[in-house]
Design a binder for this molecule. Sequence first.
Ligand code: DX5
Ligand code: ZN
Length: 228
Amino acid sequence: MMFDRSIKIAPSILSADFANFGQEIQAIEAQGADWVHVDVMDGHFVPNLTFGPMAVKAFRPHVKTVMDVHLMISPVDRYIDAYADAGADVLTAHIEAGPHIHRTLQAIKAAGMKAGVALNPGTPAESVAHLLDLADLICVMTVNPGFGGQKYIDMAGKVRSLREMIGDREIHIEIDGGMDTNTAPLMAAAGADVLVAGSAVFRGGSVNKPEVYGENIRAIRAAAEGAL
Ligand code: DX5
Ligand code: ZN
């Protein structure tokens, strides 16, 4: 994985057909997705429940770009090796998921993955101040995690602070929740480079109508790049 700050669109397969993940992943990649965002929920850290490492491992052969796994689970550490084995390229844990995020990020890197740290809307930018030499990605949640299709919560000030704190370090700023053609430009302008979008990518399309995914991805990308 080479680092750059260009805009990357990461469709969340939380909005895909759950009976057809392989074809859905192939369709979004063929239609221009840069990364594939995989939302793991445990029904405990967040109210919703999705899938675990065995499913993620089954997705892996279909992903030709970057498999970006967002863990909304607590505890995290006991599952890190399972997600490394499943083939995650980026593994992101929530700072709110436990008292030892520094150890968690160390363990993710030791297992050979890029380490991400996610911040709920109520968590300040300063909470990652002592993680900047360890993290490869900071995920700023612009919804409270757990469900797709929620209303965007503005985090532009937090993103600008993070961008300044990061300086020249090779750390991605990822935005997750409510990204569409109206909100993506706000986050791109504030300094984000990875934009996760679930409903705004999958809306109106299907594996039989994949060109709609392409139109949606291109529209979000153009809106974001237009703000730079
Ligand atoms: C929310 C998930 C998101 C979600 C985004 O808990 O982490 O990745 O799928 O969905 P939209 O783009 O519909 O807000
Ligand atoms: Zn996510």
